[in-house]
Design a protein around this ligand. Sequence first.
Ligand code: ADP
Ligand code: MG
Length: 266
Amino acid sequence: MTSSLHATPSASSTLAVEARHLVKRYGDLEVLRDVSLEVPEGSVTSIIGASGSGKSTLLRCLNLLERPNLGELAIADEAIRFDRTPQGDVVGLDRRQLQRLRAKVSMVFQQFNLWPHFTVLGNVTEAPMRVKGLSRRRANALAEHYLERVGMADKRDSYPAYLSGGQQQRVAIARALAMEPRLLLFDEPTSALDPERVSEVLSVIRGLADEGRTMVLVTHEMAFARDVSDQVVFLDRGVVGVAGTPQDVFEDSEHERCRHFVAPAV
Ligand code: ADP
Ligand code: MG
């Protein structure tokens, strides 16, 4: 970020994510069709929409697990433009830029994806040591801090198989936090949990929102999305059907499919 006496118009609201005209295809299937999204620093965006509408694909594009075919993406101050050469190769990504960009983003998955052969502590320290080159001592300290934060410090020596789904997901959140990312992505973090385990994970996410973390959350928990979000995006067959405040999307939208989709929550 530049700082100068002559502030630019955008300087007052820094964007953590600026996605412009993203297109993602799998063969003939165009899954994202011209999706644009802005996420201000320190805000929470929820993405809602029917199964197959492209929510996971959009999240995976934001951390470059998938490469968009077209469009522009800026995460914090790292900007990339995706395009095709006449030969069909994707341009706009060199490896070091990809690594820098990935280091700014952490993702939490529906199925937790903990490493089964590592303890809780090992799960949280692995990436800080391997990707960021932290010493074991520093990585342990960081892990203890974030395990405490999610209420899992007393399980540091347990293996994932001995934890409930809610506990595993809280460890996965600590693992994401230990990378100290600029942006946290959640892809249906409570969808694989028993109903009585959902609230312990949602309350951790709410706590992170309250401390001003920048987050993009795909969820079917409509009441939670309405409550915790600064912005809600209704994704509809690969395009942004409606985007706005929770009020705009859950109450005032005139978009037919959006109204239908959110109806049970209203
Ligand atoms: P959502 O998360 O909203 O349910 P997804 O982003 O997972 O939607 O999928 C959107 C569409 O893209 C679906 O039709 C799905 O089958 C398709 N799709 C997702 N990933 C792949 C892939 N790796 N290869 C081919 N098709 C895919
Ligand atoms: Mg999905």
